[in-house]
Design a protein around this ligand. Structure first.
Ligand SMILES: [Zn+2]
Length: 308
């Protein structure tokens, strides 16, 4: 199947679900059983573009794909372009934002994921692979897939508060020990500083590396310190839904896109499965992921964020 036909299939499948999803404002209905397939299609389509580091054709295709999914859902998408200066000149990056209205007014919930993938596989056991860009089925595509699924879900089942879905660029750009990580979330946080605080997000939840077929999500330590109430809600909801991959214990201390918001004093957390042996290697591929893992994370976030 060509890249374009995969795309069209995604759009057509998504369009067909309009009828099935139905619903309107009011108490949240459970997600339709079509969502595992929708989420998987979003993940597989991104992977079909190949590696997606900033400046690559795959990166451009991923950005276009996010816009086309939003457009197909009839949703506005805002592009926030910014330059990052490198030794080779300016690197242009873009955050994308889909704003969704809530059933009530108030400060929005920011849900974020990065759509760029790492330009090199520096954790690969094979030294010859360490300069190659990676596919990022889990690290990049999975969080983005969940956010795209939530765009549809919250359009059909408006959450209590407004929601902003933000697709961050440049999360995984930097070399190890450099300061060139989290470029998109840092830029977004800088833009918030120019606004009155009453327009800042109510809270921030980042979704990253949630596609692992052997899913295990713990309470990330910085998140546990910044937004314990949000993590409690998430893990209690997962328990009620019977999702055993959510393990309500602190484990792993991870720098990710949530830190830029914690620096502003906002409650900010990341949902991440860091027990993933293929992290930053050439093996971060589609076969390591599953629709069920994406669906479990999607369902928990849909329910928690829908009622905040
Ligand atoms: Zn990464």
């Amino acid at each position: 199947m060509t890249r374009l036909s995969r795309w069209l299939l995604g759009v057509v499948c998504a369009g067909g679900l309009l009828l099935a999803a139905g619903g309107g404002p009011g108490p949240l209905a459970g997600p339709s059983p079509d969502y595992p397939r929708i989420l998987w299609e979003h993940l597989a389509t991104q992977v079909s573009f190949g590696p997606r580091p900033p400046g690559s054709a795959g990166h451009l295709n991923a950005r276009q794909y996010i816009k086309s999914v939003a457009g197909g859902l009839g949703l506005e998408v805002r592009e926030m372009r910014f330059a990052h200066s490198t030794s080779g000149g300016a690197l242009w990056l873009s955050n994308l934002e889909i704003p969704l209205p809530g059933r009530e007014a108030g400060r929005p919930v920011l849900l974020g994921a990065h759509y760029d993938t790492r330009p090199f596989s520096d954790e690969d056991p094979e030294p010859a692979n360490r300069t190659k860009p990676l596919l990022g089925a889990n690290d990049g595509a999975s969080g983005t897939a969940v956010l795209l699924g939530l765009a549809r879900y919250f359009r059909d089942h408006p959450p209590r508060r407004p929601v902003r879905l933000v697709f961050f660029d440049g999360e995984d750009y930097g070399r190890k020990f450099s300061d060139e990580y989290f470029l998109g979330s840092r830029e977004y946080a800088r833009s918030l500083r120019r606004l009155d605080r009453d327009r800042w997000p109510f809270c921030v939840l980042i979704i990253d590396m949630v596609g692992d077929r052997d899913l295990q999500i713990y309470k990330e330590v910085y998140s546990h310190e910044s937004a314990p109430w949000l993590l409690d809600l998430i893990f209690k909801t997962a328990r009620r839904l019977g999702y055993t991959p959510f393990i309500p214990k602190p484990r792993h201390t991870i720098r990710d896109d949530h830190l830029a918001f914690q620096a502003l004093g906002l409650p900010a957390a990341v949902l991440i499965d860091f027990d993933y042996p293929y992290w930053h290697t050439q093996e971060d591929t589609l076969d390591k992921c599953s629709p069920e893992s994406l669906f479990q994370v999607f369902s928990v976030v849909a329910e928690v964020v829908g009622n905040l």
